[in-house]
Design a protein around this ligand. Sequence first.
Ligand code: ACO
Length: 204
Amino acid sequence: MAPFSSKTKSPFTKSDNLLFDPALIPASIQESLPAGYVVRPLARSDNQVRSNSSFLKTLEVLTTVGTISDEAFQRRFQYLKEHSDQYYTIVIEDMNVPPTSAGSATSSSPSLVTPGRGKIVAAGTVLAERKFIHELGMVGHIEDIAVSADQQGKKLGLRIIETLKAIGQQVGCYKVILDCSEKNVPFYEKCGFERKGVEMGWYV
Ligand code: ACO
């Protein structure tokens, strides 16, 4: 893989609220987003009930999410946090949205770097799998890419994939792979992927 920019300044700082260290997100990707949009790790506070603004709501463009209580969300977040060298879930947040009366959008310090002040519009994950082959090599698996329906076509999907590829590369993956439907092949080709192998599935 071609190297990504080593400049890794992020408008966010490492904190217990964030899933992983935001320094893994290249500044060059942050700078390429539309004005007022930020890319950051998933936050504990991203399970807001404000309509159309939470992380879970964003995933509904992809498939069924179901009803997930805040307690269940927090338990899952905590598991991922305890394995934060494996799970890298990111979101893009549109900070141009005015705060409403619900959720942490009412933060008393509505700084551009307060996660949850705006509206989550895109999400994705890269999972770092530790192998025995290739001298204990690591493979990145890209999963659950979603851009809100009203935000598609603004290169947010591309920025999500660029970020996940950069994270995979920085944590030591020798390749990053994904499964997708035929209709998304042109999108992933634009993101630098090529067809390899065949996807197989077994559903319980
Ligand atoms: N067919 C052809 N080209 C496409 C398509 C498509 N379906 N989607 C995007 N592109 C092209 C764009 O035209 C653009 O090309 P350009 O650089 O020449 O202008 C380039 O790909 C980048 O497009 P983005 O604007 O970044 O795409 P977007 O932000 O709309 O995100 C995505 C694409 C993620 C597929 C979005 O439409 C989406 O969320 N769809 C619903 C959920 C989904 O299918 N997710 C992917 C599941 S696969 C997985 O998770 C591993």
